[in-house]
Design a protein around this ligand. Structure first.
Ligand SMILES: Nc1ncnc2c1ncn2[C@@H]1O[C@H](COP(=O)(O)OP(=O)(O)OP(=O)(O)O)[C@@H](O)[C@H]1O
Length: 186
């Protein structure tokens, strides 16, 4: 298994967001985490990336305890967790170049700060899926995307699944129905 969690639980103050959660995701599989606002979906993704210490239980991703500061871990794990990972002044091509990638993104050749929310999201998603990875973690990837881009999103996740283990948190039922092999409801 590329991603394994056993008896995982996170408590915020007095409240357990989730508890006794077991997860096993192999390469070629996508798990969709669904649930109401505030149910703990982002927190679970953060635990898989080492940004949230579990209160109880164990997590292993690519055979390691998640730690986003660790270069080998970062190399193996591609994420889109929020919109903060762009450089305001950089164009799409400059962002791809920074990731060691070339190629057309289909996005306008303007600084990311001038782009719409949906265009920025497409740029983040493009960078995440094009770089080599064994794990893909996407938090509400459908956010700000129009109908055409949502279709594209389902395609890039399906493509990414061919080589990696994928976990998405999503509120978009059609996307979950298209790409998920397992659904975890929080
Ligand atoms: N650093 C923190 N300190 C205290 N509480 C937090 C912290 N981070 C998240 N929470 C709380 O944990 C709960 C779960 O938050 P989380 O963002 O994981 O939910 P979510 O399911 O992703 O929600 P949404 O669908 O709105 O994105 C929320 O009630 C939130 O207020």
């Amino acid at each position: 298994m590329v991603i394994e969690a056993s008896g995982l639980g996170v408590r915020m103050g007095e409240r357990w967001l989730f508890r006794d959660l077991d997860l096993a995701v192999a390469a070629g599989e996508c798990v969709a985490v669904v649930g109401a606002n505030g149910s703990g979906k982002s927190t679970l993704l953060h635990a898989l990336y080492g940004l949230q210490e579990p209160t109880e239980g164990t997590v292993s991703v690519v055979g390691r305890t998640p730690d986003e500061r660790e270069p080998d871990f970062r190399r193996a794990v591609s994420v889109v967790l929020d919109d903060s990972a762009l450089y305001d002044e950089y164009t799409p091509e400059q962002h791809m170049h920074m990731l060691g990638l070339a190629g057309e993104t289909g996005l306008p050749d303007i600084a990311s700060v001038e782009m719409s929310a949906g265009q920025r999201r497409r740029l983040l998603l493009t960078g995440a899926v094009r770089r080599e990875h064994r794990v893909l973690l996407l938090d509400e990837p459908e956010r700000a995307l129009d109908a055409t881009a949502r279709g594209w999103l389902a395609e890039i996740i399906t493509e990414a699944k061919k080589t990696s283990a994928v976990v998405i948190a999503s509120h978009h039922a059609p996307l979950v129905a298209k790409v998920a092999d397992q659904v975890v409801r929080l």
